[in-house]
Design a protein around this ligand. Structure first.
Ligand code: ZN
Length: 291
């Protein structure tokens, strides 16, 4: 095995990912928002208008992306996930309800995870990876990822290149780390009810910021793991800015691949770090308060 095989001879790698959250993060705030017509339409724009537009953009640049889809969204729109796979992209697990796992009991987290898994199974979608809703995985999440036969997670922040999550006697999982600086939510999310953000940044500024990170990732050999949301980046000037960013990376020799492909290579690459996934044992004399 050659060193740094996950880069396959490129100076760095990029994964273009889309979380098709649609109505779920709003309904997770309270199902009363189901009757809020403006809010529902704002969220439905993602799968209904943003996704087809972004799929066309990806065709233009010839890059395969990874779409993390909550099971609820795939169930309500049964042609959505198959249509993405048909276009040559990856669909991955993004919880069922998009409620944060950190707010659920372990039993509730498992039930939600399994419910999404069953939706994708019924649609013939082959899953390899998982991203926690709001990235809020728990120390229980890797066990579920293994139990359901998946190979990677993309929710944590322990490095800026892939690493392996290891636990005694268990097969390792690939972690493709994320960060808020590479998330369109912080740049573009604006919604008054419920308040999910109050940012409408210029795509020119966002493009400049992400180009800087792409350049620096080449210097450090990192993974540029971009998280976008079709209800946000599916708006016209934002889609065009993302296309410019991908073209910029392609011109400079970045590897572009799906999360599934990067994870498979990361599991084989012995130069990458291994991090234990067990929870910290915290000294109660130092930290007496549980909450
Ligand atoms: Zn999400």
């Amino acid at each position: 095995m050659s060193t740094q095989s996950w880069l396959r001879g490129h100076p760095s790698a990029a994964t273009i990912t889309f979380d098709i959250d649609a109505e779920t993060p709003v309904l997770a705030e309270g199902r009363r928002f189901a009757t809020h017509a403006m809010t529902m339409s704002h969220q439905a724009f993602g799968p209904d208008v943003g996704v087809p537009r972004l799929l066309d953009m990806l065709d233009q640049v010839g890059v395969a992306a990874t779409f993390f889809v909550p099971g609820w969204v795939a169930e309500v729109r049964p042609s959505l996930a198959p249509s993405i796979v048909e276009r040559g992209h990856e669909v991955a697990h993004h919880s069922y309800s998009h409620r944060s796992a950190t707010e659920l009991t372990p039993a509730e987290e498992r039930e939600d995870f399994e419910r999404a898994f069953e939706v994708f199974q019924s649609q013939g979608i082959e899953l390899s990876g998982h991203r926690a809703a709001m990235w809020e995985a728990t120390t229980n999440t890797p066990r579920l990822i293994r139990e359901f036969g998946l190979t990677y997670d993309s929710s944590l922040m322990g490095d800026d290149k892939p690493y392996r999550l290891v636990a005694e006697g268990q097969r390792p999982l690939a972690e493709l780390p994320v960060h808020w600086s590479l998330d369109d939510w912080e740049q573009y999310a604006f919604l008054p009810a419920p308040v999910i953000g109050s940012a409408i940044e210029s795509p020119a500024k966002v493009l400049e910021m992400w180009k800087l990170e792409l350049d620096a990732m080449r210097e450090f050999g990192g993974l540029f793991n971009l998280t976008s949301h079709p209800f946000l980046t599916g708006r016209p000037s934002r889609t065009v800015a993302l296309r410019s960013l991908i073209e910029y990376g392609l011109e400079r020799g970045n590897r572009f691949a799906t999360c599934r492909e990067i994870a498979a290579d990361a599991l084989e690459d012995t130069t990458l770090r291994e991090l234990p996934e067990e929870r910290l044992i915290v000294d109660t004399s130092a930290y007496p308060f549980p909450d």
